[in-house]
Design a protein around this ligand. Structure first.
Ligand SMILES: [Zn+2]
Length: 169
């Protein structure tokens, strides 16, 4: 990324999952948004992700089951598209991308993100995939404002329709 030490505040977990019940990732995001005043939040996944692979495999992984279920839920949400991809490695790559996209949505669902965006028009949420085969980062070009507007129909935690009304004017 070409960033200097301390410029990026990082949280890592298996398969870049942002789950509302996970205190670690949600505390990290809230701290970054409210105290560090980050301008950008990047959910970065990677191809060849062992966590995503495991979620595509029928097996009992014990303690990992509830964690990987987040990714199985992403598969279910996008089952029609994924099942139509015959090549298994391409389907696996696509699930990595869709998982990043869904985790971006989970970040945007958070009250701290919605509330600060209303006041300051930031942070912006981005979805990236790191391709270990080429060393390159692929920007999935998540349309942040459209996603925010769409999810606010259900997940508006701000007590305000300001974002939605501003964008429709
Ligand atoms: Zn991984």
């Amino acid at each position: 990324m070409g960033a200097k030490p301390g410029e990026v505040f990082v949280h890592r977990n298996i398969a870049n999952v942002v789950n509302t019940l996970d205190m670690s990732s949600t505390a990290v995001i809230q701290y970054a948004v409210e105290h560090l005043k980050v301008k950008h939040i990047i959910v970065c996944g990677h191809y060849n992700c062992g966590g995503v692979k495991a979620a595509m495999t029928p097996q009992d992984l014990g303690l990992l089951n509830p964690w990987l279920r987040n990714i199985r839920d992403v598969y279910r949400l996008h089952q029609t598209e994924l099942d139509s991809i015959e090549d298994e490695s391409k389907r696996y790559d696509r699930l990595v991308e869709l998982n990043v996209q869904e985790q971006c949505i989970n970040v945007i669902k958070m009250a701290c993100v919605q509330e600060r965006y209303i006041l300051e028009e930031q942070p912006i949420v981005h979805g990236w995939v790191f391709d270990l085969r080429t060393g390159k980062i692929i920007d999935l070009e998540i349309d942040f404002e459209k996603t925010l507007k769409d999810i606010q129909k259900i997940y508006n935690l701000t007590g305000s329709d300001w974002v939605m009304s501003r964008k429709t004017k």
